[in-house]
Design a protein around this ligand. Structure first.
Ligand SMILES: [Zn+2]
Length: 422
C-alpha cells in the first residue's frame, strides 16, 4: 500500500504491459480533476511576449506540493522560472515529461473575460492557450498525482519539467534546465504533450535560423534622389533571400517518419522591419528580422552560407546578424518513446498514429539535441492561437491515457523491449 491507501501499483508488476494498463485506468479515474485543472490554468494568463510565468508557476508548484512532490527552480530571469520535480528514484529508467507554461498572447478580438475564462461546453474546453499547452500541462499534473501515489520507486523515475520561454525559443527555458539539471540531462526519453493531435506523434522538427539584416546608405533629401536608400536596399535583400525556398538538400534519413509538403521545404518570412526617419529623407539605415525554416537533411551552416552568398550578390551595403539557430532534430520512429506513443494511440483510439516531422518548433528539439529520444503528442488545438481556441474533452482523455501508457511501458523495462522487438 502507498501512503494514501491506494494499492501500490509499481511494485508488483506481474506481466508486460500491466503497469501501462493500471496507469491508464488511474488517469481515467481522474478525468474530472483533469478537466478542472485545464479550467483553472486557463484563468492564469502567461502570454509570451512578455512571457512572465511567475503566477502560473506558483500554481504549478502548489499542485505538485499538494501531491507530495518537491520542486527545484531553474531561472536566469526571475520572471521566467522553470520547475523540475522528480517522482521515483534516480536510477532505473528515467522519463522526462515536459510542458511549457507560456502561451501565445490572447488575440485582440477575444475579450480577456472570455479568453481567460475556460468555458466547458458541448464536450469542448475553450480558452487562450488551452491547446498550446494548458491541456498537456493538466495531463502532466494528473500523471504526477497518479505516479506519486503509485510507488514507482522500484521501477525508475519520472522527471516533470515545466518550462518558460518556449514560445520565444527556449534559451531561458528547456535549454537552461538541460544545462543545469543532471537529472534531466540523463533522461532516457522525453514525452511532451504539446499540440499535435492524437493522430500524429512528433518525432522530428525542422531547423531554423532567425536573422537580422541591416542595410545602410548615404542620407540625402528625397527631392533630389529617387529609388535609393537603405529601405529600398532592404527590399532588394528581402527579394534576394526569398529564393532560399529553392535550396536543395541531401536526402534525409527519416524511415517511417512522414514529412508533409511544407516540412520538406525551406520557408522564409520577413517578420519585422524598421528604418528611416522621415518621408522626405533618403533612409540611411534599415533592418529586417527574418525567420528561415529548413527541412531535415539541411544544416544551419548550409543555410547561412546561402544567405551570405545572396547578400554578397545583391549589390547593396548589408550586414548579417545571426539571432538564433537550431539544427533539425530527429528521433527515429523505432525509438521506444515514439513506438510506445503509436502503440498506445492504437489501443486507446483504435486508429493508427503517424510519426511526423513537426513544422513548428517545440522544446522537443532541445532534448533531442542532448541525445534524448523525444516524442511530442498532445491534443489538437482547434482555432489555434485564435478566437475560441478549444480542445475536445474526448481527445484530452485519450492523450492522457496515451501518456500514462507510454510512461508505464518505459518504466517497465519489459515494455521497452517489447516495443523494440516489434
Ligand atoms: Zn506549444
Amino acid at each position: 500500500m502507498s501512503r494514501d491507501g491506494h494499492p501500490a501499483i509499481g511494485a508488483s508488476v506481474a506481466r508486460p504491459g500491466e503497469l501501462a494498463e493500471r496507469l491508464r485506468a488511474r488517469v481515467l479515474d481522474e478525468r474530472r480533476s483533469l478537466v478542472a485543472l485545464c479550467h483553472e490554468m486557463v484563468a492564469i494568463p502567461s502570454p509570451n511576449p512578455p512571457g512572465d510565468t511567475t503566477a502560473f508557476s506558483a500554481y504549478v508548484t502548489k499542485q505538485l506540493k499538494a501531491a507530495g512532490l518537491a520542486t527545484t527552480v531553474h531561472a536566469r530571469d526571475p520572471r521566467k522560472p522553470n520547475i523540475v520535480s522528480i517522482v521515483g528514484r534516480p536510477d532505473g529508467p528515467r522519463i522526462v515529461l515536459c510542458g511549457h507554461m507560456d502561451t501565445f498572447p490572447r488575440p485582440d478580438a477575444w475579450a480577456p473575460e472570455d479568453a481567460y475564462r475556460a468555458r466547458v461546453e458541448d464536450g469542448r474546453i475553450y480558452g487562450t492557450g488551452v491547446g498550446d499547452m494548458r491541456a498537456g500541462l493538466a495531463i502532466m499534473l494528473t500523471l504526477a498525482k497518479v505516479l506519486a501515489r503509485a510507488d514507482i520507486a522500484a521501477l525508475g523515475s519520472v522527471v516533470l519539467v515545466f518550462t518558460s520561454d518556449e514560445e520565444s525559443g527556449g534559451a531561458l527555458g528547456a535549454e537552461l534546465v538541460l544545462q543545469e539539471s543532471d537529472a534531466v540531462r540523463g533522461a532516457d526519453a522525453c514525452l511532451i504533450g504539446d499540440q499535435s493531435g492524437v493522430a500524429e506523434v512528433g518525432a522530428a522538427e525542422k531547423g531554423f535560423c532567425w536573422l537580422r539584416v541591416r542595410t545602410t546608405a548615404e542620407q540625402g533629401h528625397a527631392a533630389y534622389r529617387a529609388g535609393s536608400g537603405a529601405i529600398v536596399a532592404l527590399a532588394e535583400v528581402a527579394r534576394a533571400l526569398a529564393d532560399l525556398v529553392d535550396l536543395q538538400r541531401a536526402p534525409p534519413e527519416l524511415g517511417a517518419i512522414r514529412e508533409s509538403d511544407i516540412a520538406r521545404r525551406v520557408t522564409v518570412n520577413v517578420g519585422r522591419v524598421s528604418g528611416g526617419r522621415a518621408p522626405n529623407l533618403v533612409a540611411s539605415s534599415a533592418a529586417a528580422e527574418l525567420d528561415v525554416r529548413f527541412p531535415v537533411g539541411m544544416t544551419v551552416d548550409e543555410v547561412l552560407a546561402a544567405v551570405r552568398s545572396r547578400l554578397a550578390t545583391a549589390d547593396v551595403q548589408a550586414s548579417l546578424e545571426v539571432i538564433r539557430t537550431s539544427e533539425p532534430a530527429v528521433t527515429a520512429a523505432e525509438e521506444p518513446v515514439v513506438a510506445a506513443c503509436v502503440e498506445h494511440v492504437r489501443r486507446v483510439t483504435g486508429s493508427e498514429a503517424q510519426p511526423v516531422v513537426r513544422v513548428g518548433a517545440s522544446d522537443g528539439r532541445l532534448f533531442r539535441h542532448y541525445g534524448i529520444p523525444t516524442a511530442v503528442c498532445g491534443p489538437t488545438p482547434h482555432n489555434f492561437a485564435g478566437v475560441d481556441e478549444f480542445v475536445e474533452v474526448r481527445e484530452l482523455l485519450e492523450v492522457a491515457q496515451v501518456h500514462a501508457g507510454v510512461v508505464g511501458d518505459l518504466l517497465e523495462g519489459s515494455g521497452v523491449q517489447r516495443v523494440r522487438a516489434r
